[in-house]
Design a protein around this ligand. Structure first.
Ligand code: PRP
Length: 187
């Protein structure tokens, strides 16, 4: 954890929770593990990023993989601009690839209530995938409402609102190079 100063324009932010170097090191460690775990499969691995939040984690992780893989995306939403999941997960855009019989690795930025990943795992399982694993950059176990199996976890974090490295608040801060804790928004 770091105490890097936050530029003045990001005044809603309290502190850097995970700095860019720490993220890069952890992404590299996860990639090494994924390379090892999938080394034996004959078919290409399909990496499915959950939009929008996963796009930066996915981009960095994929570029460290030396196994044969293909990138696809799915778009789900259960939050809108709120800070509480409705539990009512909607699919906005499905994968382009037919996943039937494929080895699939889901990439998520954050696991909070678990509703999104639970929905997706059940949805993909019903498509008869050859195998299904999950990789999540941030895990907030204190907020869990449903059990979800995680195969690769970047960091376990406390129950604070985080932005950056793909995660937003009302579509802001996604492109910060670090994970920052936001000052709680008073409504
Ligand atoms: C966020 C995040 C996960 C989900 C996790 O998505 O990217 O997909 O919430 O929360 P859960 O475990 O409580 O379901 P969001 O709906 O905010 O959309 P976004 O990725 O486009 O920002």
């Amino acid at each position: 954890m770091s105490s890097i100063a936050i530029p003045a324009l990001t005044k809603d932010l309290k502190r850097v929770l995970i700095d860019a170097d720490t993220i890069a090191r952890r992404v590299n460690e996860l990639a090494i593990k994924i390379n090892t775990d999938y080394a034996g499969i004959n078919d290409k691995l399909i990496i499915v990023g959950v939009l929008k939040g996963s796009f930066i984690f996915l981009a960095d992780l994929c570029r460290k993989l030396d196994i044969s893989h293909e990138v696809d995306f799915i778009s789900l939403s259960s939050y809108g601009n709120s800070d509480q999941s409705t539990g009512n997960v909607r699919m906005i855009m499905d994968t382009r690839e037919n996943l039937d019989g494929k080895h699939v690795l889901i990439i998520e930025d954050i696991l909070d209530s678990g509703y999104t990943l639970d929905y997706l795992c059940r949805n993909f399982t019903s498509r008869n995938v050859a195998s299904l694993k999950t990789a999540v950059l941030l895990d907030k176990p204190d907020r869990r409402k449903v059990d979800v199996t995680l195969d690769y976890i970047g960091f376990e974090i406390p129950d604070v609102w985080v932005v950056g490295y793909g995660l937003d608040y009302a579509e802001r801060y996604r492109t910060l190079p670090y994970i920052a804790e936001m000052i709680p928004v008073i409504k």
